[in-house]
Design a protein around this ligand. Sequence first.
Ligand SMILES: [Ca+2]
Length: 184
Amino acid sequence: MKFLILGMRQKGVGMKQAWIFCIAFSLCVSCASTRFDDSEQRNLFHISFAEYLAGRGSESLAPDQYAVDFVDLNNDGIRDAIALVSLWETGFAGSGGGSLFIFAGTPDGAFQFMSKSSVTREPIFVRQTTNRGWRDLVVRSAGGGIQPSARVMVFDGKSYPSNPSVEPRTSITQSDLLILGSSE
Ligand SMILES: [Ca+2]
């Protein structure tokens, strides 16, 4: 960076302009390393989600019919998708909660279906701990006679559990990362 500024100074570029150029240059490099921004990633996920739903004979959902966020769950440098469908009209939710979908991010930007869990509610957290390479999730389970509680969802090597209400209870800790919903 120092040489870049010196080079530009020799060409008569002002110090201020040189710094502005360098900051812009650094931002471009850091943007390029994340590859896809949030809105691009949402669009790409929407396409993959619609393809998955079509493959199982379901109609695609509108972007405002589900909540999605992106976190790298398996530490491969590519963000994965955590999507929750909570609206009853979609057929993916009921009195016990909604459907949680986990999709693995792939290098070309598409998302690959991994698991679907029923009766899941917000808030949804991602834990620092991993099992078989994938980070643990914490979701809320309530309704249908179930005492509201946080449940930990551990990856079994193929998928996350299909029903959080039968998974171990847990308590939210400060290191748990809130992904969907409000922590209150
Ligand atoms: Ca990943």
